[in-house]
Design a protein around this ligand. Structure first.
Ligand SMILES: Cc1cc2nc3c(=O)[nH]c(=O)nc-3n(C[C@H](O)[C@H](O)[C@H](O)COP(=O)(O)O)c2cc1C
Length: 201
């Protein structure tokens, strides 16, 4: 007699093409990102929701056409990121303003809102055929000092941005990781229905 019957529901889930296509590559080509594309990306970021519409996100970018500025940003990265990110034509530092402008009270949502702005930008980047690779592997101290970031602002991530390059141009260990399948937790593992105990949809 069967004691445990597991009903597996097969559902076809349609994910928006841009969300599906986005990923974080390490192989970038030397094709430039234009000023217009950068404007579109930062405009997309500005459309994100934010607590009290504070828009606490700030971005410092530099392109390879600005070697001095670009190297200032590149030098903030850890060696493991620098080795591949140095080919990306644009580097970006993401920053959050940690207090509300209207009353100087702490903004507990500033980093959340910055993340939403970056996620929105990533969708727009995909639309433009561009790719972003976000990074935590960098020195916040170097970024603060080298880029003159004032107090009251937290440096959160850096982003490598550009067009896709050839995986074969990457060092061997990175080629392997680029070919790994994308792993995601099943929604049953992180979605609860009504209370913490009831998993899934
Ligand atoms: C906040 C944050 C920090 C990250 N830091 C790094 C990093 O320092 N180096 C790196 O190679 N990738 C980094 N990543 C990329 C993640 O490893 C990547 O997003 C994750 O493996 C999921 O892959 P996908 O973006 O291709 O879907 C970071 C991503 C985020 C959002």
């Amino acid at each position: 007699m069967l004691k445990n019957i597991v009903y597996v529901q097969y559902r076809i889930i349609m994910i928006n093409e841009l969300i599906d296509k986005r990923y974080s590559p390490r192989a970038f080509s030397n094709k430039m990102v234009s000023k217009e594309q950068l404007s579109e990306l930062f405009t997309a970021a500005s459309y994100a929701a934010s607590a009290f519409n504070e828009q606490p996100w700030r971005f410092i970018y530099a392109t390879q056409e600005q070697p001095e500025k670009y190297n200032q940003l590149l030098n903030c990265l850890n060696d493991g990121n620098k080795i591949w990110a140095k080919k990306a034509p644009v580097l970006i530092v993401t920053i959050a303003k940690m207090r509300f402008s209207k009353n100087n009270k702490p903004n507990n949502y500033a980093i959340y809102d910055l993340g939403q702005a970056v996620a929105t930008m990533a969708v727009q980047a995909t639309q433009l055929g561009l790719y972003m690779h976000q990074m935590a592997g960098f020195s916040v101290e170097k970024a603060k000092n080298n880029l003159d970031i004032p107090g009251g602002y937290s440096v959160i991530t850096m982003i490598a941005l550009g067009n896709l390059g050839e995986k074969k141009d990457l060092p061997d260990n990175f080629q392997q990781s680029e070919n790994q399948p994308r792993m995601r937790n099943a929604i049953n593992e992180f979605v609860k229905n009504g209370t913490w105990e009831q998993n899934g949809i």
